[in-house]
Design a protein around this ligand. Sequence first.
Ligand code: KG4
Ligand code: ZN
Length: 333
Amino acid sequence: MPSSVILAIESSCDDTSASVCIDGKIISNIVANQQIHEQYGGVVPELASRAHIQNIIPVVDTAIQQANINKKTINAIAFTRGPGLLGSLLVGGVFAKTLSQTLAVPLIDVHHMEAHVMAHFIDAPQPTFPFLCLTVSGGHTQLVLVKDYLQMEIIGSTIDDAAGEAFDKTAKMLGLKYPGGPILDQLAQQGNPNAFKFTPSKVDSLDFSFSGFKTQVMYFLNKATQKNEHFIQENLNDLAASIQQHIVNELIRKLELAIEQYQVKQVGIAGGVAANSCLRNEINNIKNKYDIEVYIPKFEYCTDNAAMIAICGYYKYLKNEFCDITIPISPKI
Ligand code: KG4
Ligand code: ZN
């Protein structure tokens, strides 16, 4: 008999996801992506909420079926409380609350960014404490000192755009669809990362800044396309590779600063941008340079997923950290 069966729900942005975790092991993890946003060049909150409403029942059903469990064996429901889009969070939150009442099991609220870090504890090998985690997603860029399973200190974060946003917004300037990060990554494979150079941010603390870079790319493209209207098409791969290299350089520069300041021996990356192949390569170079261990969760646990909510839920379950059904969802937590 398992001692904990946790059903987790993630709906903070544009992916509807459900996962079943039994005694700390992820048994199923279903993600429904929303293609509808592609044509708008970014997530349209109202459309995201409506798609969550359509997806949530089939996604949860499939997660339960794939895990081969009976609903009655579920011991707790974990859900993303925030941060994220208000309407999207509400769909997952209300669903989780209703299910916890119906099944008469406790509810566990999970912080989305904490869950990205906790994705390191889904599979082996796992870091030990303390370790440094660079959490890079569409909405956040953070350097986190992880002291224990649910004990984290943010030591640096973006003062404007997130790294994922920098990828998506510059990709949009190149005429690419949303989300632009993975498309840039793909195009960059055939491009020269040194073809075009952009100036690094002047922020010298552990914080990040990407808005100046975004403006630089915009002015650069305006000028270049005035001279040659086919400039973007003719240089697409080199532009993708140079933009990607700039963003990754900025991330690595701050990560190295943090490694030196905090003298950590283990580093992890998490969040959607951790799926980026250039970042994954560069982080492996850091491994040799500083003689440290590097941890990167599996690809499917980097982008938004409910497995990371489930693993976070599991560690909260072990500590009896439950919440009341009246807890509000919190978009800006
Ligand atoms: O963590 P995530 O799935 O959702 C948020 O919590 O925001 O991250 C989504 C972000 C998007 O900005 C997307 O473009 C970026 O992750 N992303 C990538 C790659 N895959 C996803 N960025 C660069 N390279 C990738 N391969
Ligand atoms: Zn995320």
